[in-house]
Design a protein around this ligand. Structure first.
Ligand code: SAH
Ligand code: SF4
Ligand code: F3S
Length: 462
């Protein structure tokens, strides 16, 4: 399987340049970055680099970063200083630090200035250059080093991450396209990730078949807008789901993230009809107010979103929903905010991910006054979260006494704890580790009676 599926020749040829140089990758941001970090690891390993277990063992530390909110970027800048400090305190030589991902793309050379400057900046479409850039850097005396940057979008090439033994959530990630063609006014992603560009269906199917051959039973199809997938007018997302479903040995298909605007009836029909496709829809609404949705350029109205939820409930058995919400978007009145709360009461999501609006430089919403004060944003965020908890507690209580079946995903976090299990509709429950002693292992199916819950995790047993 190719590491870098491209219609053009790879920019850099693999060799043996790493010579045992140890690289540690720290991943921030969304699942796209988790997948990309696996791809970076694969590209480096193939070229003779080793994987370090932590920053202390590493010759090079790469931070795969996120720009979606200001705070995420601040954390990275201080992390660079912290890494250098921790190495000094451990009496280790100074380490080469590189920034990959969305911050690299957004800030480029800027990251090589100031106190916490880094040695290497490599954007989301240039990871095939990393082996060459790192080996050049390592071969140069620290004092004479030139800073190195590679950014800019390429639409011709996609990464293919090698299989990982214990993937996140026991589900192998498979990126099906990159970038985003929407221009939600608050969002930096179209600028950091570039235009939406599809991986070919052949490449996707080949990647999944390879995963299945290595023992995988579950995949999560990834993209900023998977529901907008379209391959040369021949194949849309529903058709892709159907093709992936045809892969023998694959048992479950999840996907992240769908844009409500592209969640057509026939897509939901396919999700409902295809047994392997899990009945869980993460559909970010962002706001329940049509005025705000319009200013966000989300391209749907609250009513259309709710109709879509109702339709999904008709055609997708056991479907559950989760969503993203932004509070404090410019000009959000109390009435707008209440409309968002109303949607929560109506849909009854399993889970919400809520954020305070964060102004990003250069995006269209940056022209609007960021006029909701920090304290008011905090209050709205706390209120959204409190309401969600209240709604969820009622919904979750209805599940007690039922018997659920799911897949064992991960060992307990602490010895003696229970093991985590996930149902097809993305609910988590835990089972006692004596079941595991009886030979149950990661990837196995297990059934248990629900006896209670703590937050979003359901409990079983006495
Ligand atoms: N492609 C996905 C999500 C992309 S980013 C989608 O369209 O839904 C993940 C989430 O971060 C978004 O859904 C949004 O809720 C949040 N987000 C994005 N930009 C933000 C900003 N400037 N301030 C606060 N939250 C933001
Ligand atoms: Fe950002 Fe909107 Fe694209 Fe999602 S659809 S990545 S929120 S611009
Ligand atoms: Fe963050 Fe980039 Fe993902 S901005 S959310 S890491 S696409």
């Amino acid at each position: 399987m190719a590491d870098f599926q491209s219609e053009l020749k790879a920019l850099a040829k693999p060799g043996d340049r790493g010579d045992g140089c140890r690289v540690f990758i720290e991943t921030y941001g969304c699942q796209m970055n988790v997948y990309d970090s696996q791809a970076i690891g694969g590209l480096l390993n193939k070229d003779g680099f080793d994987t370090a277990a932590d920053i202390f063992e590493a010759d090079v530390v790469l931070l795969n970063t996120c720009s979606v909110r200001e705070l995420a970027e601040h954390k990275i800048i201080s992390r660079v200083g912290e890494i250098r400090r921790q190495r000094r305190n451990a009496h280790l030589p100074s380490v080469t630090v590189g920034i990959c991902g969305c911050m690299a793309e957004r800030l480029g050379d800027e990251l090589q200035k100031g106190n916490n400057r880094v040695d290497l900046v490599v954007g989301v479409d240039n990871y095939d250059k990393l082996p060459g850039m790192i080996s050049e850097l390592m071969a140069t005396q620290t004092a004479t080093r030139r800073k190195r940057t590679a950014t800019g979008h390429r639409t011709d090439a996609h990464y293919v991450a090698p299989p990982v033994i214990y993937p996140v959530n026991n589900s192998h990630l498979v990126t099906i396209h990159k970038g985003c063609d929407y221009k939600c006014t608050y969002c930096i992603v179209p600028y950091t990730r570039g235009p939406q560009t599809e991986k070919s269906p052949q490449a996707i199917l080949e990647e999944i078949r390879t995963l299945v051959e290595t023992g995988a039973t579950e995949v999560t199809l990834l993209g900023q807008n998977v529901t907008a997938y379209h391959w040369q007018k021949e194949m849309d997302f529903a058709a892709l789901l159907e093709s992936v479903s045809g892969i023998e040995g694959l048992q479950r298909i999840r996907f992240l993230t769908g844009h409500p605007r592209d969640m057509h009836q026939h897509t939901m029909d396919a999700i409902g009809a295809l047994d392997k496709v899990c009945p869980w829809l993460h559909l970010p609404i962002q706001s329940g107010s049509n005025a705000i949705l319009k200013r966000m350029k989300r391209l749907y109205k609250k009513e259309e979103y709710l109709e879509m939820v109702d339709y999904a409930r008709q055609v997708v058995p056991d479907v559950t929903f989760s969503t993203d919400i932004i509070v404090g978007f410019p000009g959000e009145t109390e009435e707008d905010f209440q409309a968002t709360l109303e949607v929560l009461r109506r849909v009854k999501y399993d889970q919400i991910f809520s954020f305070k609006y964060s102004e990003r430089p250069g995006v269209p919403a940056a022209k609007l006054a960021d006029d909701i004060g920090t304290n008011e944003k905090k209050r709205r965020l706390a209120e959204v979260m409190a309401l969600q908890e209240k709604i969820w507690n009622v919904e979750a209580a209805r599940e007690v006494g039922k018997t659920w079946t799911g897949i064992v995903e991960a060992p307990a976090r602490h010895p003696g704890d229970s093991w985590r299990v996930r149902t097809p509709n993305n609910r988590k429950f835990v089972v006692a580790d004596n079941l595991i002693d009886q030979g149950l292992k990661i990837g196995d199916e297990v059934s248990a009676r629900i006896t209670g819950f703590a937050n979003t995790t359901f409990l079983t047993g006495e």
